[in-house]
Design a protein around this ligand. Structure first.
Ligand code: ZN
Ligand code: ZN
Length: 188
């Protein structure tokens, strides 16, 4: 029976999540999220509320996915039971940057990385060494890791050599997509 299958799956996923440090409390619900290729959250609970799912994103028109394109593992979602799942993005249900099963960046994260690399590759003011530092430290400023403070301070130093338009575009591109602590260190 379908319902039984879904319940079993959710229980298995709860076990997976706790091993990934998500923690668990009784108010927290676990489900599978549907997100567009640009990273807009379309449905945070596709199992509980499939009526909110859609093939394309209402904000940008990109196709949506509910599993990792590489390993096919469902996109983890958690939200508070006391809050009704909805189509809107919320602080309780942030869009994940990396697949919890294979560790690879989701398409929206890859776009941030690719666009940033494309931007800095055309920056004459940056030395090849600066570009390497930014590229290598990107993953740690995009999501919070133990290396975030170090990565952010390295990126900030490379940006000191940049002036004018390039620096501004870099800020616009990244400021919405880096962790709060990295943001404070890079653009205090
Ligand atoms: Zn979208
Ligand atoms: Zn994966």
């Amino acid at each position: 029976m379908n319902t039984y299958k879904i319940n079993t799956r959710v229980v298995i996923e709860i076990n997976n999540y706790s091993t990934f440090g998500f923690g668990y409390d009784s108010d927290t619900q676990y489900d599978v999220a549907q997100i567009c290729l640009n990273g807009h959250l379309v449905n945070e609970a596709t199992k509980k509320s499939p009526q909110f799912s859609s093939k394309y994103c209402g904000k940008c028109g990109q196709p949506t996915i509910d599993k990792c394109p590489l390993c096919k593992s469902p996109i983890a979602s958690r939200y508070q039971r006391s809050r009704t799942p909805s189509m809107s993005s919320s602080p309780e249900s942030p869009v994940p940057f990396y697949c919890h099963d294979c560790g690879k960046p989701y398409p929206w994260t890859q776009t941030i990385i690719d666009t940033t690399i494309e931007l800095i590759s055309g920056e004459d003011e940056l030395t090849p060494e600066d570009k390497k530092i930014i590229t290598e430290n990107l993953p740690d400023i995009i999501s919070q890791t133990p290396r975030t403070p170090l990565a952010a301070s390295r990126v900030r130093k490379t940006l000191e050599g940049m002036s004018g338009a390039g620096k501004e575009v870099f800020k616009q591109l990244l400021s919405d997509n880096v962790t709060e602590s990295a943001k404070l260190l890079i653009w205090p």
